[in-house]
Design a protein around this ligand. Structure first.
Ligand code: NDP
Ligand code: MG
Length: 380
């Protein structure tokens, strides 16, 4: 029986993870859960899974939850300190990092230091601190298994293969809701339009990132670190059906891929069961019903966020951290209706022009860079 700590259990990946855990009660038990403020859902999860401890990172909400679940044995911690506390001190085997944004970095580090398996959904961790995190995993001999569907596909394609034989990774992208729109039409798209993803149901932040194609940009950087490859070996191809989740081309030009109807429960399950596979029937891929799989080149002029992500990957240092912080800031503003969709890359560009890049950052510099970028954007 593997004990699972799910950071961000009330989110889209978190709920899917609990669904997988429910499917295999003899294999997995949720021992810790966390939410930011959705204590109603967290309470339902507590009553169903009886975890030993939970964290509500919003302190006011933590107090309310404590009163509500006083009849249970679950301990409630609060704040970002609570997230560190639960990852440092609770008893678990696998850490599922399903928090959204930069907030995922610090608790992931604690999981690595405890030599736990990290089922990594929080891609921002590798975007802002990839080199540091990969070195830390080596130092502590911690295992990192991707949850992101593209990276899971690559990881699965690499089983039994050697890194030196990879010629390139081909990350597939759905193209999001605006794939068929002209650049000019993006000027006035609404929040509702941008949240209307054709293939995946996800949290609001990553759904907007998919509409701007920043998500693919973050994933290119995530792949660079996770698979230890040079920048020129990572390509993106638009594949609107999201059936091929990504591919690896080897030196002999043979290509391996992983395919299925899109459902995040599959990569989540694999990250929990690897190297084993357990029988499940979440999905069934029926090829005659699919009719066709199509592929297109991404338009970097239309999707400026993807271009910016490629640029910061080449610049290295804290440039990806600046991009990430500015993107989180801009997406939040867009979701609140305070900026237009095409202002997202403009805001990121302004931060990249203003905040200086540290080329060999330590962890402290990364935290400082995240803080400085947000401060600059707040006061601009
Ligand atoms: P959601 O927005 O659905 O969920 C985020 C979770 O994190 C919730 O539990 C939320 O709590 C909590 N949270 C939000 N802000 C904070 C904070 N500042 N501190 C602590 N906890 C916080 O996100 P997703 O599940 O969609 O995504 C999670 C991560 O997984 C992201 O990094 C995303 O890029 C990645 N990912 C997601 C995929 C998907 O299909 N959704 C696919 C691949 C990767 P509350 O509910 O209380 O707000
Ligand atoms: Mg993905």
């Amino acid at each position: 029986m593997k004990k699972i700590l799910v950071l961000g259990s009330t989110g889209s990946i978190g709920e899917n993870t609990l669904n997988v855990i429910d499917t295999f009660p003899d294999h997995f038990k949720a021992v810790g859960l966390t939410a930011h403020s959705n204590i109603d859902l967290l309470e339902r999860q507590i009553r169903k899974h009886n975890p030993e401890s939970v964290v509500v990172s919003n302190p006011g909400k933590a107090q309310i939850l404590k009163t509500k679940i006083a009849d249970t044995k679950t301990a409630v911690y609060s704040g970002s300190d609570g997230l560190l506390e639960i990852t440092k001190n609770s008893d678990y085997d696998i850490l599922v990092t399903a928090l959204v944004g930069f907030a995922g970095l610090a608790p992931t580090i604690e999981g690595i230091k405890r030599k736990k398996r990290i089922a990594l959904a929080n891609k921002e961790t590798l975007v802002v601190a990839g080199e540091f995190i990969i070195d830390l995993c080596k130092q502590y001999d911690a295992e990192m298994i991707p949850v992101d569907s593209e990276h899971s596909a690559i990881f699965q394609s690499l089983v039994g293969e050697e890194n030196k034989n990879i010629s390139k990774l081909i990350l597939t992208a759905s193209g999001g809701p605006f794939f068929n729109r002209e650049y000019n039409e993006l000027q006035n798209v609404s929040v509702k339009d941008a949240l209307n993803h054709p293939n995946w149901e996800m949290g609001a932040k990553i759904t907007i990132d998919s509409a701007s194609m920043m998500n693919k940009g973050l994933e290119v950087i995530e792949a660079k670190w996770m698979f230890n490859l040079s920048n020129d070996k990572i390509e993106v191809v638009i594949h609107p059906q999201s059936i091929i989740h990504s591919m690896v081309e080897f030196n002999d030009r043979s290509i391996k891929a992983q395919l299925s109807i899109p459902d995040m429960k599959l990569p989540i399950q694999y990250a929990l069961t690897y190297p084993d596979r357990l029988e499940s029937n979440f999905i069934e891929t029926d090829f005659p019903k699919l009719h066709q799989l199509t592929f297109f080149e991404p338009d970097l002029e239309k999707f400026r966020c993807l271009k910016l992500a490629y640029e910061v990957m080449d610049q290295g240092g804290t440039a990806p951290c600046i991009l990430n912080a500015a993107n989180e800031f801009a997406v939040e503003k867009f979701l609140k209706g305070s900026i237009k969709f095409l202002e997202i890359p403009e805001i990121i560009d302004s931060a990249l022009n203003k905040i200086s890049n540290h080329h060999t950052p330590d962890l402290e510099t990364i935290f400082e860079c995240d803080r400085k970028t947000r401060e600059f954007l707040e006061t601009r």
